[in-house]
Write a protein that binds this ligand. Structure first.
Ligand code: NAD
Length: 276
C-alpha cells in the first residue's frame, strides 16, 4: 500500500530535476499525477511519463508555461476533468535568473525571474485551491531555496523570488488552515553541478577566477571546512553525501502525506548542511 494511494497530485516543472523526482515519488506511492513542463508534451510523455507508467503509475502530461494564467487555468481544469480532483499541488518550478548586480540588470530579466518563480506559485494556488476548499482537504508544497533564507551575492531576483515564496507560503497557511489545507515550502541547498554552473556565471560576471576543482572540494569538504572555495553557493554537506532532488522528494512525500496534516507554514531545508 502506498502512502498516497487514491490521491491526485499536480507537479510543475516535472521534466527533470526536483520536479521529476517529486512526481515519480508521488506516483510510486500511489498518487495519480498530472505533470507539466515547458518541454514539448511528447518529450515529457516519452521520458518522465513513460517511466511513471512503467512503475505502474497513472500520469497526465502537459506542456504548460506556468508563469502564464490561461495555460495554468486550462491545465488545472483538464486535470480535474481527467482525475476528478486535486489533493496535492507541488509548485516546483524555478529558474536561476541572472547573476549580475541590480544596476547591470534589465527590468525584463528581473521580471522573468519573478514571473516564473513567484507568479507560478500564485497561479497554481489560485486555480487549485477552490477544489481543495470544496473538498476540505489539500496539501500545497512550494519550492523555495536555501537562497530563500540567506543572500547569494549578485542574485537579487532569485533571492527575492525565493524569499517571497516563503512569505507567500506562511501567509497562505494562515488563510487555508481552516479548510484542512496545509501549505509548506521546501528549500533545497545547491547541488554540485547546478551550483558549479551558477559559479561559472558568477566568475564570468565578476571577472574573478574560478578554481573548479576547489569549488567541487568545497562541496565535499565535510571533514576539513577550511576548504571553503565552494561556499559561494555550496551546501556544506555535513553528512558527506551528495544532496539533490531525491532529498527534496522525501520531504515532499512527507508533506503530501496524511500524517503531515497538522504541519503547516513551515520552510524545510533539504540537503545535508543547510542550517538556516
Ligand atoms: N538545483 C538546485 O541546486 C536547487 C537549489 C535550490 C533550489 N532549487 C529550486 O528547486 C526547484 C527545482 O529546481 P531544479 O534545479 O530541479 O530545476 P531544473 O532547472 O533542473 O528544471 C527546471 C524545469 O523547469 C522547467 N521550466 C522552466 N521554466 C518553466 C515554466 N515557465 N513553466 C514550466 N516549466 C518550466 C524546465 O524546462 C526544466 O525542465 C526550483 O524552484 C529551484 O529554484 C534548486
Amino acid at each position: 500500500m502506498g502512502r498516497l494511494d487514491g490521491k491526485v497530485a499536480l507537479v510543475t516543472a516535472a521534466g527533470r530535476g526536483h520536479g521529476e523526482a517529486v512526481a515519480r515519488r508521488f506516483a510510486k506511492e500511489g498518487a495519480s499525477v498530472a505533470i507539466c513542463d515547458l518541454i514539448p508534451v511528447q518529450v515529457l510523455e516519452e521520458t518522465v511519463g513513460r517511466q511513471i507508467r512503467a512503475d505502474g503509475g497513472q500520469v497526465l502530461c502537459f506542456q504548460t508555461d506556468v508563469a502564464q494564467e490561461d495555460p495554468v487555468k486550462q491545465m488545472v481544469q483538464q486535470t480535474l476533468d481527467r482525475f476528478g480532483t486535486i489533493d496535492i499541488l507541488a509548485n516546483v518550478v524555478g529558474i536561476a535568473g541572472p547573476t549580475k548586480d541590480v544596476w547591470d540588470m534589465s527590468l525584463a530579466e528581473w521580471q522573468e525571474t519573478l514571473a516564473v518563480n513567484l507568479d507560478s506559485v500564485f497561479l497554481g494556488c489560485k486555480y487549485v485551491l477552490p477544489e481543495m476548499i470544496r473538498k476540505q482537504y489539500g496539501r500545497v508544497i512550494n519550492f523555495s531555496s536555501g537562497t530563500g533564507k540567506q543572500p547569494l551575492s549578485h542574485r537579487t531576483p532569485y533571492a527575492a523570488s525565493k524569499m517571497a515564496v516563503i512569505g507567500f507560503t506562511r501567509t497562505l497557511a494562515a488563510d487555508v488552515g481552516r479548510y484542512n489545507i496545509t501549505a509548506n515550502a521546501i528549500c533545497p541547498g545547491g547541488h554540485e553541478e547546478r551550483s558549479l554552473e551558477l559559479a561559472r556565471g558568477r566568475a564570468e560576471y565578476t571577472g574573478e577566477a574560478l578554481d573548479e576543482e576547489a569549488f567541487r572540494l568545497g562541496f565535499r569538504a565535510t571533514q576539513d571546512n577550511s576548504v571553503i572555495a565552494g561556499r559561494w553557493c555550496a551546501d556544506e554537506g555535513f553528512t558527506n553525501k551528495a544532496g539533490g532532488p531525491e532529498d527534496a522528494a522525501s520531504i515532499a512525500l512527507f508533506l503530501a502525506s496524511e500524517e503531515a496534516g497538522n504541519f503547516t507554514g513551515q520552510d524545510i531545508n533539504s540537503g545535508g548542511g543547510v542550517m538556516w
